[in-house]
Design a protein. Structure first.
Lengths: 268, 354
């Protein structure tokens, strides 16, 4: 049971955004991190998987081709959380999260309300339940968007830089919670993220994309995040002075350790 | 940190309280609209007691014959037409603002009203003499067809890649100018008689209301409102932005077309019978949004009721502002409504458009 992508391509007119992306797999129960420089096509990849962007190629979930599903069915299985959440609609936080639930689940009303409340509680949002979306800070809005994603209980959850507006406390909280969610619900979670140290710390599997919409490397963080590869993909030309003189082997992980963010590494 | 958390009922309770408050506001607005309807019927050149009027409405056979005739043949059609037109314009405005994500969208600013006017003017100037028997229907049909043409043009523009909803609104504004110009040509070539009819009608007037016209406007509401209600969650989702709406499983293009056509139908029937009334479709939804927010389950009925109430009040003012003179309602909405609207915008600190 997994999400598999083979020979996926996306064109905007003559511009090629994704170029024959193959060999990607994401498994349930763990976080898959999608990393790569700006403009590498990370968002386009996630949107294509969700069926929001038109693409050619094969995307399958449990060996079922996803293009056999209609828009609503596919959205029930796979949810894509966009990068920019700018809506200031006159909806309360509770209403907005309920909206996300009701657009897929048409079953039990009481159950839906409980689910919304539960999601708000776990994301520390319950005290804002009555507030309008327009009254929230950027970070609060981002957490509401995550609540909207999770409350739908999708099989596959794709988050496009879900922590970009969050402070360190909430970044760690949301990522830890996503790891737990993936494990407990056996959910497939793919997360596009720029912070490599966080990516290395919380994911077990990585997809590294480079310029031209190509996949550069796939595998465990230790295998993907080598210094030469990062220098090449991110085109880092400047000479970096490492504090200890000797560059650490898995740079980002070491960086998080230096920040004193010990905790879960032993689990991975 | 775990996925499970202790459960209390607080946020659910607050949500349910909010829902109850919204239903109360709906009920209050409905009652106010009913009161306004009765006052509207009771207002006019002939002075009758409120009791007589109510009796004439409830049981016409027991009321004095003259009052019953005046109420049922003249005043009630006008008063009910105000309610129905108010509902149509405000519902159309509410859904146009929703699907185009723009506070300025309404049948008037998008050129739908202008297109309908042009269609109706075609019937008045060229068609009336051709089909005298079907003239009433022809006016409506022409208005409807032109409104559909305008909304299809707006929708076609939206299908081009990379076109934002703002572009669609600009397209609507361009259409408004175009149809106003063609309307001008018709006015220029019109005979004196039909020109008078055109001018009177373009000011917006309820005075030609009849039961058959009310029937047609009501039919348009009966057809479109259930479609809006059925799409309620999906329409609410559109206000989260196109991308998120699509992620939530909404077929954005199809929903936008359906709702645009339905809104145009509402606007077209209203414009065909009462002429151009430009302010109800804009302000009705704005007041509704301030009162109950944008959850379509309450936003749509609240918009419709607010529009009905505003239109009914306008009808009363049009009769009482200068005693003995029936002013065109389009002028009243512009003169009294717009300053009221501006003050509402300035007072409201809530910013709901991204």
């Amino acid at each position: 049971m997994s999400l598999k992508i083979e020979s996926l391509s996306v064109h905007f007119g003559r511009t090629r955004i994704l170029n024959d992306v193959s060999g990607l797999e994401a498994r349930p129960g763990e976080l898959t991190a999608l990393i790569g420089p700006n403009g590498a096509g990370k968002s386009t990849l996630l949107k294509s998987i969700a069926g929001i962007e038109r693409s050619t190629g094969h995307i399958s979930l449990d060996d079922t081709a996803l293009d056999t599903l209609d828009i609503a069915q596919r959205a029930g299985q796979i949810y894509y959380l966009p990068q920019d959440i700018t809506s200031r609609a006159a909806l309360s936080v509770f209403e907005a999260v309920l909206l996300a639930r009701r657009t897929t689940h048409k079953t039990d009303r009481r159950q839906d309300l409980k689910r919304v409340q539960h999601t708000l509680q776990t994301l520390e949002l319950e005290q804002y339940a009555e507030r309008d979306l327009g009254q929230l800070s950027g970070g609060q809005r981002q957490r509401v968007a995550i609540a909207q994603a999770v409350v739908r209980e999708p099989r596959v959850l794709m988050l496009d830089e879900p922590t970009s507006a969050l402070d360190l406390h909430h970044q760690l909280q949301v990522l830890e919670w996503l790891v737990a969610l993936a494990r407990e619900q056996q959910m497939i979670i793919v997360i596009a993220i720029h912070d490599l140290s966080l990516a290395a710390r919380f994911s077990r599997h990585m997809w590294l994309m480079g310029a031209g919409g190509k996949v550069c490397a796939v595998g465990a963080p230790e295998q993907v995040l080598t210094e030469e590869r990062l220098r090449e993909v991110y085109a880092i030309r400047a000479h970096v002075e490492w504090p200890e003189g000797e560059p650490p082997r898995v740079t980002p992980l070491a960086a998080t350790r230096q920040l004193g963010m010990q905790g879960r590494e032993q689990d991975f | 940190m775990t996925v499970t958390a202790p459960t209390t009922d607080t946020s659910i309770d607050k949500y349910l309280q909010r829902r109850r408050r919204h239903y109360w506001l709906l009920a209050i607005t409905a009652v106010l609209t009913l009161c306004s309807l009765i006052v509207d019927v009771a207002t006019g050149p002939g002075q009758y007691g409120l009791g007589d009027i109510v009796r004439a409405i409830v049981s016409p056979d027991d009321a004095p014959r003259a009052i019953a005739v005046i109420v049922w043949e003249i005043r009630l059609p006008v008063a009910l037409m105000a309610i129905m037109v108010g509902m149509s314009l405000a519902s159309a405005g509410a859904e146009m603002q929703t699907i185009l994500n723009n506070p300025l969208a309404d049948p008037f600013t998008l050129g739908i009203s202008a297109a309908a006017s042009f269609g109706a003017a075609l019937a008045i100037v060229l068609g009336v003499s051709l089909f005298p028997a079907a003239s009433e229907l022809l006016t409506t049909l022409n208005a409807f067809v032109m409104a559909m043409v305008a909304s299809l043009l707006i929708w076609l523009v939206s299908r081009l890649r990379g076109v934002s909803v703002q572009t669609m609104v600009l397209m609507g504004i361009a259409l408004m100018f175009f149809f106003n110009a063609t309307l001008g040509i018709l006015q220029y070539v019109a005979s004196a008689e039909s020109l008078q009819q055109l001018v009177f009608w373009s000011l917006g007037s309820l005075s030609r209301a009849s039961w058959s016209k009310i029937g047609i406007v009501t039919a348009a509401l009966v057809v479109t409102l259930p479609i809006f209600f059925f799409a309620g969650w999906r329409l609410t989702a559109l206000r989260m932005g196109d991308l998120q709406a699509r992620a939530l499983g909404v077929n954005v293009g199809r929903l936008r077309l359906t709702v645009l056509l339905c809104s145009s139908l509402l606007a077209a029937t209203a414009v065909a019978f009462v002429g151009i009334i430009g302010f109800i479709g804009l302000v009705g939804p704005h007041i509704a949004r301030m009162l109950v927010g944008e959850d379509q389950r309450v936003f749509l009925p609240m918009s419709a009721l607010t529009g009905a109430l505003l239109m009914s009040l306008t009808s009363i003012v049009s009769k009482t502002l200068i005693p003995g003179v029936l002013l065109p309602v389009g002028i009243i909405t512009a003169l009294i409504g717009l300053p009221f609207f501006v003050s509402l915008i300035l007072k409201s600190r809530r910013e709901v458009w991204g």
